[in-house]
Ligand binder design. Structure first.
Ligand SMILES: Nc1c(N[C@@H]2O[C@H](COP(=O)(O)O)[C@@H](O)[C@H]2O)[nH]c(=O)[nH]c1=O
Length: 183
């Protein structure tokens, strides 16, 4: 049987599929440790340093420049434990992004049970799914889904936001209906 769960991003990537706000490059304020960054990407890259001045610099760049500056060829020395801590850092950043931008949290909830896949053409098989290679661990998508579950749980525990939850369930059903393979 064909998988009836909708998949967002796997075929063409978040941006081309109309979900640019799921990308870390999407411009929205994210405050972390008292510094306001212009995107989740800037906030994430800033976690590669403890130097407050460099963190400030990260807050003044475009998301793509932050990615480059924080990248393996950008000149910044990565923390020794980066490979084992980066998933937790990304989770911290994504929690901050959606907690501080409620309209994005609503949109995330409205993706219902859809699988979120950071399909990409830059061969990133760790954070995303390389469309060219046809493989990828898709950790960014997994963490986005985790934050979505956390938001849903939070809504469930707060009766006052019940209408929000109903809205999210309704759009989930709409998504499912739109991509139902049996129709
Ligand atoms: N390279 C890239 C994106 N990849 C992003 O780069 C980040 C990880 O970088 P690193 O710290 O080097 O592992 C992570 O946020 C991932 O989503 N995204 C985009 O829209 N466009 C790009 O060109």
């Amino acid at each position: 049987m064909t998988n009836p769960i909708p998949i967002i991003g796997k075929a063409k990537g978040f941006k081309k599929e109309g979900y640019d706000w799921l990308s870390n490059m999407y411009e929205c304020d994210v405050e972390l440790g008292g510094v306001i960054y212009p995107s989740a990407e800037n906030a994430f890259q800033s976690l590669k340093t403890d130097d407050p001045q460099i963190k400030q610099q990260f807050s003044q760049m475009t998301p793509y420049n932050a990615k480059q500056f924080g990248g393996r060829t950008g000149g910044l020395r990565l923390p020794d434990d980066w490979d084992t801590t980066r998933l937790d850092h990304m989770l911290t950043v994504l929690r901050a992004k959606f907690a501080q931008n409620p309209e994005l949290a609503d949109k995330l909830l409205a993706t219902g049970g859809a699988e979120l896949v950071e399909g990409n053409f830059w061969n990133d098989t760790f954070w995303g799914y390389s469309i060219q290679k046809g493989e990828g661990e898709n950790w960014l998508g997994c963490l986005l889904e985790r934050v979505r579950r956390e938001l849903r749980l939070k809504a469930l525990l707060e009766p006052i936001t019940a209408p929000k939850l109903i809205k999210s369930v309704a759009s989930n059903m709409k998504l499912m209906a739109e991509s139902a393979p049996w129709e």
